[in-house]
Design a binder for this molecule. Sequence first.
Ligand SMILES: Cc1cc2nc3c(=O)[nH]c(=O)nc-3n(C[C@H](O)[C@H](O)[C@H](O)COP(=O)(O)O)c2cc1C
Length: 380
Amino acid sequence: MPAFFGANRFKFGMFGINCSGGMTPSIAPDRWKAEWSEIAAVAKMADAAGVEFLLPIAKWHGLGGKADMWGRSFETFSQAAALGAITKHIGVFVTAHVSLLTPAFAAKGIASVDHISNGRAGLNIVCGWNPDEFGPHGVRLTGERRYDRGLEWFKIYDRLLEGGPEFDHKGEFFEVWGASTDPLPVQKPRPPVMSAAQSGEGQMFAAQAADILFTGAHSHAQVRDTLANIRRAGAGFGRRQDVYVETQFVVRPTRREAEEYAHHYAVEMADPDAIDYFRRQKSVTISALTKAGGTESDRAVVATLAGEIKRPYPGMFPAMQPVVGTPDEAVAELQKLSEIGVAGSTLVFLNYLKELPYFVQEVLPRMERAGLRQPFRPAE
Ligand SMILES: Cc1cc2nc3c(=O)[nH]c(=O)nc-3n(C[C@H](O)[C@H](O)[C@H](O)COP(=O)(O)O)c2cc1C
């Protein structure tokens, strides 16, 4: 495991602070506005608390509805460079769409962020799902074979980061010539690679290209199945991936307060049109293999898109596990995920700036007592 993530048994990635709405399809007045000063403040707070990394969402189009979640978003390479410069310890991921960025662009971008942050960069590779995001770039996205394309993209990217003389590559999806890059990253052999995906195809891609699979958490059974698949597939390629899942927290001193707040923003103030749009758009690019439903995760995606899953909090994202309750209850849930074999999860709140302090104050020390985390003692 890369030193980048440290020794905690259960790790956290702050997810979605670069986008309006964060990860919450809600019209609640406290929803995340993605103001730069607030993004910077959250990054510094997470850094000081020992949160392992910041994970942005790469977005080029909002979800519509009343709040147009994600309608505003900061570009992830420039954001990671800026946040790397104002923090000291936390990992700074960039998120790259393989259909929009060339491997040479991503290699130079990640090396730049790695130098600026003194070895804290990470690359999240995403193969995309919403055709509306690619129109402004003049690119047509299809669901079939996107991971084959991604794998070829990764191989060129990886070779660039090995250094060495210029090379040519002629493959099925890419032809490049005279490829080389300088500077190379600080981290060797390269900054960690994450694949954020849910389908069985996404899992196979991660098994070949990634150090981390970041995936949905529809149920414990699905998470167990995903872990078993990625362990098997990774071993076939002589690799092992850490698995992270999506969690959203509403933590309050009493269970009642937590439930009331979750009900307020994720039921009464849910923005269902945003999720309807998400489901429609993702359905356009769902692949034949995902539809065939070879994995629990495939089946969960298909059922979600068909609207067959009744979710207690329609104002939270599908595949996001709600963790609603007291600090002790939150730790008990994280303990369960850890026992299943999950390496960590997302820190998502309706309003990161307002809710992170309580989480840091009340949940992190309990996790230390439960053996899930250690007190944060940054190396100078
Ligand atoms: C945790 C997580 C984070 C993701 N982040 C992004 C993102 O930032 N931008 C994006 O376009 N897609 C993102 N995706 C979606 C991926 O692009 C993926 O291609 C899409 O989910 C379709 O493939 P799948 O069916 O394998 O999941 C994310 C998916 C997951 C599970």
